[in-house]
Structures are given as structure tokens and as C-alpha cells.
Ligand binder design. Structure first.
Ligand SMILES: [Zn+2]
Length: 188
């Protein structure tokens, strides 16, 4: 299944929002939720549409961090094969963001976009992200939501490989696991 560019933008934002605004580990480094200007920078870096970062206030960044926790739970459920749970979580996000589809006119024609009750940065983006996650969970791509397998890392990704074999958030985590396996073999 191919997602159009609007949905791909939203899924990239979902991953970046979780990675930027939820605590855990990035590789082997503990990751704390950034505060103040650092939280604003992380939110701006996540919410990029057509090369443009969104305007985000400190209060909005804090609000987005709360939503990011809920998006992380969807990735965790999808990664663990708990599709029913992922679907329930996404339905709750759709309800709470009042997500609605709408046809918008662009230079190259009409395109289906998702909106919130208003186009404020928080609900505007979160309604879109909830809708994009619904398209993933309600398709053969449900198992493509991933959490990095390279313990203790817990950064997230959408597996877009042909066979759905991606296990790590980044080449960095993949090579760390490979090197550890190599050392373990060499030691025996
Ligand atoms: Zn990782």
C-alpha cells in the first residue's frame, strides 16, 4: 500500500513527535522530555509540512508532549501485534481530536486532507496524525508501526521495507546490535 504525500508527512511527524517529546532511550543514551525552549525546538522540528516548521509556543509544546505519549502507545501496541488495542487507542485519538476529512484544493487538484475542529497547531496536527495512524492500523500496514529492538532504545519508526523486516530505529542501532552479536560470537 502506498500512502499519499499528506499521509506520509503526518506519519513522519508522528514518529518525530514521539521521539522528540517522550522520555526513554535514544540508542543507549537516556532521553528526557525537553523543557521550555528545547521542547519548542523539538516540536517545531517534528511538525514540518512542505519544508516549513510550524509555529509552536511553550504551552503548545507541553500540550503536544501529552499527545505524543498517546501516539507512542499506538506504536507500542502495533509493534507488539496488539492490533485491537492499537485500534482502540486510535479511535480515542480520532474522537478527542475531532478529526474530520476534507477535500482541499491544491495546484495539482483536489486532495483528501484531515483537519481538527480548528486549524490551531495542536489539534490541527494531532487530528491529522490520528487520521494517518487510522489509515495504517486499518490496513495491511498495522504491523508496520515499530519500536526499536536495540535494547534499551525505544525510538519509533514506520517500517516501509518491502517485506516488513525493519527492526531498528536507525542504522546506528542496527550496527550496535550487529557489533554486539559479533563480539558475543567471538567470545565463545
Ligand atoms: Zn534505536
Amino acid at each position: 500500500m502506498q500512502f499519499d504525500s499528506h499521509v506520509r508527512t503526518l506519519l513522519a511527524a508522528a514518529c518525530a513527535l514521539v521521539d522528540g517529546l517522550t522520555p526513554g532511550h535514544d540508542g543507549t543514551t537516556p532521553y528526557d522530555v525537553p523543557r521550555g525552549p528545547a521542547a519548542v525546538a523539538a516540536a517545531r522540528a517534528a511538525l514540518v509540512s512542505q519544508g516549513r516548521a510550524s509555529r509552536v509556543t511553550a504551552a503548545q509544546a507541553a500540550e503536544l508532549a501529552g499527545w505524543a505519549e498517546r501516539v507512542r502507545a499506538v506504536f507500542a501496541a502495533g509493534d507488539a501485534g496488539r492490533v485491537d488495542e492499537a485500534a482502540r487507542l486510535v479511535n480515542a485519538l480520532l474522537d478527542d481530536t475531532s478529526a474530520r476529512p476534507r477535500l482541499d484544493r491544491f495546484d495539482d487538484g483536489w486532495s483528501l486532507h484531515f483537519h481538527g475542529p480548528d486549524d490551531g497547531v495542536v489539534l490541527g496536527w494531532m487530528a491529522g496524525i490520528a487520521s494517518a495512524l487510522a489509515l495504517v492500523v486499518g490496513s495491511a500496514w498495522a504491523g508496520r508501526l515499530g519500536v526499536c529492538d536495540a535494547d534499551p532504545c525505544d525510538r519509533v519508526f514506520l517500517d516501509e521495507t518491502r517485506n516488513g523486516t525493519r527492526r531498528y530505529c536507525s542504522p546506528r542501532c542496527q550496527s550496535r546490535v550487529k557489533a554486539a552479536a559479533h563480539r558475543a560470537r567471538a567470545a565463545t
